[in-house]
Design a protein around this ligand. Structure first.
Ligand SMILES: *Cc1c(COP(=O)(O)O)cnc(C)c1O
Length: 368
């Protein structure tokens, strides 16, 4: 990669391919692979990543909202796209863009059938979601009669898959709970299949589920965070490679005397001679104010430099008193070595949030 000259998020497509192949190696050869690319590909990038995954012949995509699915279609994604959390107000747009809805409630099911009939659809592919304990979205087991009656009364839709979502797939102390969820899913889906008279695909596992519950892979798995390089455990993290590196440069270095202060509200007060570096990345770029006052750090020439004082909208100041560096030197906010997960731990958050916080203002660059 060329020398960093401004704040960039570097995306390593080779690492993406590695992660895809590693997760795929955990599956039976006939298990379908759904890539979860919601929230701009977990904050990394919304278009090139799905396009590359399509080149790798991924079977399915998932996004959260209809607008995300439309962006994928505009970018030339032709594979099927599941919309995990659509709202009835967007059902017409969803159909016009050949997106496939998750139907998770009596209301979404009823409204979707109405929309599909209005647009004169037959056998439009839909996905029925069961709640098996996460208590977030989904039908209950005792809704199966209602669901099948509604579906069979119309020729406009056909169930392409039945699915559910695990609440604690990464937490082996919750193994018994997870096994109860898997059992509940098996019962609900079997009942629905029986009533429908045909067998849609079944799927339940996210990344940690793929790793920890091979008995629950069914016909397809849904991987998000694993593709981006995190496995929710130290052991899995060793096999995966973070695809995104957030980098910046030192804009200016200041010498701070004892008694001087740094930043807004004089957030840092110096009790001795210090050296600081100003970096062009702030809370508008995804480094929240919670990282200020010595909580978060960046890495300069392989040394940790704590963020001092208040995080500004477009800048942070870091302490470089003990670091040999100069203006223009590269600054790592996170990469393969100082990971987003490690940075997140300083503020009690997880890789998912650190990655999705990188705002669209930050330029994306690719290494292939
Ligand atoms: C986001 C999401 C996933 C992906 O989970 P990871 O832990 O990132 O693999 C899978 N299924 C559903 C329903 C989701 O909302």
């Amino acid at each position: 990669m060329p020398q960093t000259q401004e704040t960039v998020l570097e995306i390593d497509l080779k690492a993406l391919k590695h992660n895809f192949e590693y997760i795929k190696s955990k599956l039976n050869s006939n298990t379908n692979f759904m890539a979860v690319v919601k929230a701009f590909g977990y904050g990394s990038e919304a278009i090139e990543i799905p396009k590359y995954l399509q080149e790798l012949n991924i079977d399915y995509f998932a996004v959260a909202y209809v607008s995300e699915g439309i962006n994928l279609r505009k970018a030339g994604i032709t594979k099927p796209i599941l919309v995990l959390h659509p709202q009835p107000v967007n059902f017409t747009l969803l159909i016009e863009n050949c997106l496939e809805p998750s139907l998770y409630s009596a209301k979404t099911l009823k409204k979707f059938i109405e929309s599909a009939e209005e647009l004169q659809q037959t056998d439009y592919p839909v996905h029925i979601k069961f709640n098996t304990g996460l208590n977030r979205l989904g039908f209950w087991e005792n809704d199966v009669d209602y669901i099948s009656t509604q579906i069979l009364a119309s020729t406009s839709i056909k169930v392409k898959s039945i699915f559910s979502h695990l609440a604690a797939s990464e937490d082996l102390e919750e193994r018994r709970f997870t096994i109860t969820q898997i059992k509940s899913f098996k019962i609900s889906s079997a009942k629905l299949i029986d009533l429908l008279g045909y067998k849609p695909m079944l799927h339940m596992c996210n990344t940690s589920g793929i790793i920890n519950y091979p008995e629950a892979h069914f016909d397809m798995v849904r991987s998000g965070i694993g593709l981006y390089g995190f496995g929710n455990s130290e052991e899995e993290n060793r096999s995966l490679t973070p695809i995104a590196s957030l980098k910046s440069i030192i804009s200016q270095i200041h010498i701070i005397e004892k008694g001087e202060t740094v930043g807004y509200n004089r957030g840092f007060k110096s009790d001795s001679f210090q050296k600081t570096a100003t970096i062009p990345i702030g809370h508008a770029d995804g480094i929240g104010r919670q990282y200020g006052h010595g909580v978060g750090f960046v890495t300069i020439n392989n040394k940790k430099a704590p963020i001092i004082g208040n995080v500004c909208m477009d800048m942070i100041m870091v302490n470089i008193t003990d670091i040999d560096c100069k203006e223009g030197d590269e600054v790592i906010i996170f990469d393969k070595n100082y990971t987003a997960e490690e940075l997140g731990k300083t503020t009690n958050t997880i890789s998912y949030e650190v990655l999705t916080s990188v705002s669209q203002r930050v330029k994306r660059v690719f290494c292939r």
